[in-house]
Design a protein around this ligand. Sequence first.
Ligand code: OAD
Length: 247
Amino acid sequence: MTIDLPSELITELRKAKRIAALTGAGISAESKIPTFRDAMTGLWASFSPEELATPEAFARNPGMVWDWYAFRREMCAKAIPNPGHVALAELEKRVEHFTLTTQNVDGLHQRAGSLRVFELHGSIARVKCVDTGRLLDGEIPECDEPPPRHPETGGLLRPDVVWFGEALPVEALMESAQAARNADVFFTVGTSALVYPAAGLPIEAVRAGATVVEINPLETPFTELATFSLRGKSGEILPAIVAALDV
Ligand code: OAD
């Protein structure tokens, strides 16, 4: 399959000294991790965010929330990075400054070899004490009635992800915003561009004069602002971009 890429984009990328990217659930779709908002298969099509992804939900029903994240933790651990993740790791090697910001909690960018990754919504692989925020070091303890407790603090363990109504990690957000403002080229990949503040990053990049490239099979609210909107799967388009840089 050949993918038509705008030659102006490849020229811009060859010149770029600073590239930044924002990724969302779509980049991991080809690794068989469901997205959130797909009408049929999305996680939010069968589960309500209010019942699973808020501090109030955990306070009401910690066992149910723990089990849902435990199921997803296992799915993410078994998933394999796809050519889209690998292409972003490859791009990082080819440019002076590369910043990757992800809304994903699956760790697949790091497993594909990306080095400078800011996880805006945390990581599903980590768990922490719900009372003190202290991270668990080591294996999750077995217990009869989940969630297990933190062995040092005694508090219930919860996933180290950002729930609705919670603040994002400050350093990750500040570094990402700065990268968006300084980027020559900014990629927004596999995100519905609906959840802020992440969705504000490509807008900052546009305002600062970057070439902004959207990669998504569908239109999003950001599409009309994008310099280039490439319709298709990130696992096909991103490798094609990297290959085009070699020609
Ligand atoms: P969404 O599920 O909202 O959007 C996924 C996007 O990926 C959609 O625009 C799809 O069209 C696109 N997509 C699907 N397959 C793709 C593929 N193969 N290649 C490229 N794009 C593809 O996921 P996010 O935008 O990541 O937050 O959602 C943002 C946040 O909302 C998540 O981090 C999560 C969720 O609620 C929290 O849990 C805090």
